[in-house]
Design a protein around this ligand. Sequence first.
Ligand code: ADP
Ligand code: MG
Length: 733
Amino acid sequence: MSKNKSSESVKVVVRCRPLNRREESNGPAGSIVKMDIRLGQVILRNPRATASEPQKTFTFDAVYDANSKQRDLYDESVRPLIDSVLAGFNGTIFAYGQTGTGKTYTMMGAWMDPEKRGVIPNAFDHIFTHISRSQSDRQYLVRASYLEIYLEEVRDLLDPNHGNARALELRENPDSGVYVRDLTSCVCKSIKEIEEVMNVGNQARAVGATDMNEHSSRSHALFLITVECSQPGPDGRKHIRVGRLNLVDLAGSERQAKTGVQGERLKEAAKINLSLSALGNVISALADGRSSHVPYRDSKLTRLLQDSLGGNAKTVMVATLGPSPQHYDETLTTLRYANRAKNIQNQPRVNEDPKDALLREFQMEIARLRAQLHHRKWRSKQKKEQVDGEDWEGDGDEETDGEEEKAVEEYVKLEEQRLEREKQDIREDQFMLADEKQRLLGEKERMMGDLRKEQEATEQLTAKYKAMESKLLVGGKNIMDHTNEQQKMLEMKRHEIAEQSSSEREIQQQMLVQDEETVELRETFTSLQQEVEAKTKKLKKLYAKLQCIKAEIQDVNDEHVRSRQELEQTQNELTRELKFKYLIIENFIPPEEKNKIMSRLNFDTEEDQWKFQPLVPAESKSSQMKKRPASAVGYKRPISQYARVAIAMGPHSRYRAENIMFLELDMTPPNTASLDRSTDSEPNQSPSLDGSPTKEGGVRKSRSWCQTPKSITSSSSNVSLAACHTATPMTAQ
Ligand code: ADP
Ligand code: MG
C-alpha cells in the first residue's frame, strides 16, 4: 500500500449507524447501506434507481456496520495509531459525515456506559495504562488541550472565559508545525484528570449549543493530547520523544442548500462550510497527486490538520453514514470523500528530541529545585553537626531524602530548644544590666525568627519540588496492574485478533483484484465456440463496469454542477452586497477621507483580516506625549532665546511669556440704601448718579449693577468708582 518506506496512506474506515426510531417509522424502505465486513466493502443502493441499475461499491481499510461495537472500532482501527503516538509519532483521528450519523458518538460516545465509550475516552485509558505498564526508567509528561473552530475562529474550550474570549491565532513553527498561540494546555497525571479536562471542554461546547443555534453541529472540535516520553538511549543520555494526538469531531458535512438558508444566514453558512469545502479541496489536491499547490491556508481547519493530511502524521479517517434512503446523496458524497482520502500519502516520522519539548524544561527545573533543596538541607545539617560537635564529613551522600529531612527537622528543633534555653538563662541572670538583657533577648528572638523563616522557605521549596515532580509520570509504578497479568494477556490477544482480521481483509482485497486480472491467463479454450462464450461473458462484465463508471462520471458531474451553482449563488449575494457598499462609499464619503483611510489599511494574512495602522507610530507616541521642550521650562509656553533676552531688557509686552491681559473680575461690594420715591428727582434718574446724598437706612443699588447702557465707558467707570467711594461712607453712617 505504501509508496516508499517512510510514507503510508491515510487509513479510511467507514461506520454506519443503525436506523433510528423516526427513520424506522417512516416506512419499510430499510437501509440503503450494505456492508461486507470480511472484504471491507460498502454497497450503496440508490432508492430512486431502477432495479437494473448496478449498485455502487466502495472498498475501505475497514467497515463497521450497525451492529458494530465501539470497542471493535477502537481495537482494530485506533489502537495501532495510539501505540504509534506513544512511540513518538503524530497521530490524527477525524470523524467526517453528515449531521446525526454518529461522529460525536464515535469520538466521544455515551460517557457513562463503558460499552459505549468512544475513541477519546478509550484513548485516555490506553495512554495511561501504557504508561503504568512501561519500564521504570521512562518518564512521561501528558498534556491536553481542547479547542473548537466556530465561524472560522479558533476558540479555547478550556478557557474559563470561553464565551467572551478573543479568537486565538494560528502560528507556524518549523519544528512542531502549525500551532495555536496562547492555547490552554493542562498537564494530566491520571485518567481522572484528563477526563475532567474533557468534561470542562464539553460543557463549554454544550453551553454554545443552547446559546448559538445548534452550535455543536456547526463547530469543529479538536481534542489535542501531547505525550512526551524521556528514555535513556544507547548512548546513556536521556532522549525525548514527543507524540501529538489530534482527536477531531467535525461539523456536519451536509449541503447548506438542504437546510434552506438564505441571505445573511447563507453567508454565515458559507463560512461554516468553508472549512469543510477547504478540507475537501485539500483532500482532492493531495489525492490527485498532480497539483503542486495544496490549499491548506484556505481555512483554519485545514491549517491545523496540515500535518495530518500529507505531512508528518499517521491519520485515520472515520467516515460515518446514515442508513436512511432520504439521505442517499449525502451518504454518496461522504463515501466519495472517504474514497478519495484513501489515496493521500503521509510521511510520518518519530519526533525525537524536539527543541520545544516541555519535558526537558520540567526535568531541568526539577534538577534545579533539587539542587537548591539539597544545598539548604546540607547547610542545616552542617550547622547541626557543628552544634553537636560531630564531624559532618564522610556520611553525607549516603543518606536518603527521608533521612535528610529528619535530620533537618531535628536540627531545627534542637536549635529552637537551645535558643529558648539561652533566652531563659539571660532572663535569670541577676548580674546583667537591664539594657544588655533586652539587647541579648532581642538578638535571640531575631535568630529564632531567622530559623523559622529558613524552615518555611525550605518547606515551600520542598512543596514546589514535589508538585513539579508529581507532574512527571514514571513507568512501572502500577503494581496492581502488573499483577493483573491475565487482563494484559487478554488485551494482547484482542490486539492480535484485530491485527489478524485486518491483514486477512487486506489479503482478501488483494486476491479480488488479482482474480480479475489473472482469470484471462488461466483460461484455455478447447473450441472456438467456447472462446466466443467466454469472451462474451467477459465483455458483458466489462460493459457493466463501463456503465458503472459512466454513471459515476455523470454523478460526479452533477455534483460538480450543483456545488458550482451553490457557489455562484453565494458569489452573487456577496457581489450585490459589495456593490451596495461601493455605492455608499462613492457617494457619501469625500475622496480625500477615503484615500486617508485606504492608506492606513493593510491586510493581516495571519488573521485573515484588514487592519488599521495607527495614525502615529506607537513608539514615538508616548515620547511625544511626555516630552516637554527644553525652552519651555519655567514658562507657560515655549519661548525663544531672543524673546527671553528682550524680556530681560525691558517690559516689552510683545515678548511677555505670560498673559498680558488681566481678566480678574471687578468685585465691587453692593451698597444698600432705601429708595425714596417721594423725592423730587425724576423717577428714572438714579439718585447716586449725581452724587447727591440719600436718606439714611435706604436701599440703593450698586452703580455697577444698574448702569444705563450709555454710561459704560472707561471714564464713566472711573466716575462711578469715585462716586461709589463718596457714597459708601454716607451709607455707613
Ligand atoms: P453527529 O455527531 O454526527 O451529528 P451523533 O453522534 O450526535 O451525530 O449521533 C446522533 C444520534 O445517533 C445519537 O443519538 C447517537 O446516540 C446515535 N448513534 C450514532 N451512531 C450510533 C451507533 N453506531 N450506534 C448506536 N447509536 C448511534
Ligand atoms: Mg456531533
